[in-house]
Design a protein around this ligand. Structure first.
Ligand SMILES: [Zn+2]
Length: 246
């Protein structure tokens, strides 16, 4: 199950993995992938200290290699390096969370709008297969599987545009969103997200660009809305209103 996990949710580090194929470089890439997946699948919480020596022991590499991996993760904004204190899983601020979701609505809304007019039958079949996997993971309450698949959906869509820069940008935003969702405990249910993905694909099947873009923007807005970014003042009227029927 985990064998197919790594590539699609990888953030912008994909380039360095190919550049450094073999030797130290591949160890670095392996550590980057493992830590990224652990963050994205919610096994590593924001603020967790990443101890160089422990990581070196786990991967049987030198601390230099670990440091290279942590530098890469820091460039991907998944890890914060603090002088004299070490490396920590990043803890994005509320403002950063808002900005990430704003950019995702702009980027993903317009990419889906463009994709709708030119999506091929083969791509639609790929999306339907992906939805089927999502449904199965949701049905069997496979938390890490469904988290990965629900995130992958957005990367799969971005790849279909055939623009590698765009695909990397979306993968990067996705990783940051996952970290934000982890930190602000999204109550947006997996079932809800899954149902919204079905609607987006249905609009793409109809080649309905406007609906596809609108549904994508709404989906991202509802994911963001369910983050506890903004503890709202309690609605006193609703709380005190006598219950209907009594
Ligand atoms: Zn989604």
């Amino acid at each position: 199950m985990s064998s197919r996990a790594a590539p699609s949710t990888r953030p912008v580090s994909a380039g360095s993995a190919t550049r450094d194929a073999g030797g130290q470089g591949s160890s670095t890439a392996r550590i980057v992938t493992s830590i990224t997946m652990a963050i994205v699948e919610r096994r590593l919480a924001p603020g967790t200290k990443l101890v160089e020596q422990q990581i070196a022991d786990v991967f049987s590499v030198s601390r230099t290699v670990v440091r290279q991996a942590l530098n890469q993760l820091s460039r991907d904004r998944l890890v914060t390096l603090e002088p004299a204190r070490g490396a920590f899983v990043a803890t994005p601020s509320v403002e950063e969370a808002r900005q990430v979701f704003e950019v995702r609505r702009m980027v993903e809304g317009s990419l889906v709008r463009q994709l709708a007019s030119r999506i091929t039958d083969a791509q639609l079949a790929q999306l339907r297969a992906h939805l089927q996997e999502e449904r199965a993971a949701v049905a069997r309450s496979d938390v890490s599987g469904r988290t990965r698949l629900l995130a992958d959906f957005h990367v799969v869509l971005a790849r279909m545009q055939g623009n590698e820069v765009l695909a990397e940008l979306v993968a990067d935003l996705l990783s940051r969103s996952q970290l934000i969702a982890l930190m602000y405990q999204s109550s947006h249910s997996a079932e809800h997200s899954q149902a919204e993905h079905e609607e987006i694909v249905a609009a793409l099947e109809r080649h309905d660009a406007r609906s596809a873009a609108r549904l994508t923007e709404q989906h991202l807005a509802s994911v963001e809305l369910n983050l506890r970014l903004d503890p709202r003042a309690p609605d006193l009227a609703a709380i005190l209103k006598p219950q209907a029927g009594d």
